[in-house]
Each structure stands twice: as structure tokens, then as C-alpha cells.
Design a binder for this molecule. Structure first.
Ligand code: GLN
Length: 281
């Protein structure tokens, strides 16, 4: 089969499921992934045959896209903060908002100091690994409740050639932190059940529930617990960073203020409250 013929099938199959531009971008990414050919290669030589092996892979990918599985899970990779990460359905796909949180931290923190940082609910490891890459003197620990997520995070630390100390732990059941830290960061689950109606199929049906959702009646459960642990653990001047639910900025900020943190809320590129910093006084 010619590549262009397959391309037509690809577009016909996904028509109505996604905007046309998105289908085009899926096709180009997958074609390159499975054949090495770029969009330009195809434009210059439109009569090319699609190798049988690549066709099989493309058809399998097409079926997964019909189920609204995220493209990043299909290719198994994504980019975060300029680094490559392996992803699969055991980990949340890193979001651009979270890059902004890392950016904020790097702006605040001194790369020449050997500070100790703890990332709670590390998932793919994107926060811990990006920090490790840019703060080579820092000692970084990352915990997660999911052993499968930790396997992926460890793989990502190896691929990005950084050392992170990974620990399997349920933070809600923790009585203390594994040691003293200068900085604690977390992007915990914060999406309320009531917010599910705003969400897309790719997230709702394919991304890990444990990484995303909290109960409507207690949406700040992770923030309360982590703030308590950090309040006991951090020295004065120690910093706590959170990615937060855009609708609960004030409430989350109040939790930190109650524990004597000096707080700053920060908006993301979409203009909503998305990040929170607390400095222990
Ligand atoms: N920002 C993510 C989303 O909108 C949620 C991340 C989280 O729950 N920590 O899907």
C-alpha cells in the first residue's frame, strides 16, 4: 500500500473524532516514529510504499487513537522541560503547567548549593528529574504510592542520566518524612469528581485515576497532609511548592498560612491560579 493511500484511511477513520489539524499531526508523528520518514520526505516522494511492518504498527496506533488513547502513550514518549520521558498508562502525561512550576523553582533555588529536595507523588519523575538536571548539586528524593509509576520514573532518571533516590510510599499514611529537606514539591491529585464533566476522553478514560482525582468533600486532603509534614520537617526559610487546583487557590493558600508559611499564589499561562509557594517562617 502506498503511504498516501494509508494516510487517507487514517484521516477517514478519525474524522469527527478529532479536529483535522490534530489528525494530521498524529499521522506525521506516527509516520516518523514507525518509518523514520518526515512529512517533507513524504511530500517530496508521495509515491512511496508503506513497509508492511510499519503498516501493522500504524494500524494498531490508529485503533488506539479511535479509543482516544493519548498519542504519548501510543508512542511511549513525551517531552518535558526539554527532556525526553517515557510514559505509559501508569503515569500521568506531564503537563505544560508543571513545567511552569519547575521554572519557578529553578528561578528561586541556588544551583550552587547542595540542597535536599523531596518530590511527593512523582509519577513519571518529570519534576524530580528536571530539577536534578538543572541543580546538579542537589540531593533529590522522590516518592510515589504506585510501584509501577516508580519503575517508569527510575527508567526516566536513567535515560536522563541523573540520580534520584526513589521511595515507595503512601504519603497519606506517612507519619513523617524520610529525612530533613530544604524544599518539598508536589503535584498531587486535585481534580474533583464534579470537575470530570469538563474533562476530555483521553484523560478520563486513559490516564491513571490515582494520579488525578480526589473526593468532592475533601479535595485538599493531599495538601493538608503534605503541608503538615513539611511544617514539621522544614527549617525556617525552607520552601514548599505545589501545583494546585485552579478553583481552590485561596483555600489551598489558607492551609499553608495556617501552618505559618508565607505564601505566594502564581497563575499559569492560561491565567488561572495553578501554583503555590510557601516559605516557612
Ligand atoms: N492538570 C492535570 C489535568 O488537568 C491534573 C493534575 C493533577 O491532578 N495533579 O488533568
Amino acid at each position: 500500500m502506498k503511504i498516501t493511500a494509508f494516510k487517507n484511511t487514517f484521516f477517514d477513520t478519525l474524522e469527527g473524532e478529532y479536529p483535522k489539524e490534530e489528525i494530521g499531526s498524529f499521522f506525521n508523528i506516527l509516520l516518523q516514529e514507525f518509518t523514520g520518514l518526515t512529512r517533507l520526505d513524504l511530500a517530496l516522494n508521495p509515491q512511496q510504499e508503506l513497509p508492511a511492518e510499519a503498516e501493522e504498527k500504524l494500524r494498531a496506533a490508529l485503533q488506539r487513537l479511535q479509543q482516544h488513547e493519548p498519542l504519548q502513550y501510543i508512542t511511549g514518549t513525551t517531552e518535558f522541560f526539554g527532556l525526553n520521558f517515557q510514559v505509559n498508562s501508569n503515569v500521568l502525561i506531564p503537563r505544560p503547567e508543571t513545567e511552569e512550576l519547575v521554572q519557578w523553582m529553578l528561578h528561586d533555588l541556588d544551583a550552587s548549593e547542595g540542597i535536599k529536595i523531596l518530590d511527593i507523588g512523582t509519577g513519571s519523575g518529570c519534576i524530580a528529574i528536571s530539577l536534578a538536571k538543572h541543580l546538579p548539586k542537589a540531593e533529590i528524593t522522590a516518592i510515589d504510592i504506585s510501584e509501577k509509576a516508580l519503575e517508569t520514573a527510575k527508567l526516566n532518571a536513567g535515560l536522563n542520566e541523573v540520580a534520584v533516590n526513589f521511595i515507595h510510599k503512601d504519603i497519606l499514611a506517612a507519619e513523617g518524612l524520610p529525612s530533613k529537606f530544604d524544599v518539598v514539591v508536589s503535584n498531587p491529585p486535585y481534580v474533583r469528581e464534579l470537575e470530570k464533566k469538563e474533562m476530555q476522553r483521553n484523560v478520563l478514560e486513559h490516564e491513571p485515576e490515582t494520579a488525578l482525582y480526589v473526593k468532592d468533600h475533601d479535595p485538599l486532603i493531599f495538601y493538608r497532609k503534605i503541608t503538615e509534614l513539611a511544617a514539621d520537617n522544614l527549617e525556617p526559610g525552607g520552601k514548599l511548592y505545589f501545583e494546585i487546583n485552579q478553583y481552590l487557590g485561596k483555600e489551598t493558600e489558607a492551609l499553608l498560612a495556617e501552618k505559618n508559611f508565607a505564601t505566594s499564589l502564581k497563575k499559569d499561562i492560561f491565567g488561572v491560579d495553578r501554583m503555590l509557594r510557601g516559605i516557612k517562617s
